[in-house]
Design a protein around this ligand. Sequence first.
Ligand SMILES: [Cu+2]
Length: 116
Amino acid sequence: MESTATVWSDPRFAQRGVTATAGGVTATAVGMTFAFNPAEFRVPAGTPVTFRLTSADVTHGFQIVGTNANTMVVPGYVSQFTTTFATPGEYLIVCNEYCGTGHHLMFAKLIVEGAP
Ligand SMILES: [Cu+2]
C-alpha cells in the first residue's frame, strides 16, 4: 500500500502533535489501525486550532465528541480544518468510520486548557 510506506516519511507529518503557528496552533496526527498518533493533544481554549490529518492505511474518522468537529481521514489525502474551543476540558476523539476489528478501540484525547 503506497500510502503506508510514504506517510511516515512525508515532511508534512514528520512532526506530529501540537505546534504553535501564526495565529493559533496546529495539531498534526496520523490515523492507523487502530490508533491515532499521537493519542493526546493539548491546546489552548479560545485559540484557533488547525487539525491536519491523514491515514497510514485505511479510511478512518476523526470526531471530537460534543463538538461539531468531524472529518474523514483518508489514505493519500490530507484532511484539514480549523476550529476554536471555547470551553476548557477533556474531549474524547473517536474514529467514526468502521476500519476493522479494533475500530472500537481507536480513540484519542483532546485537552483544552483554560487561559492561565
Ligand atoms: Cu475506525
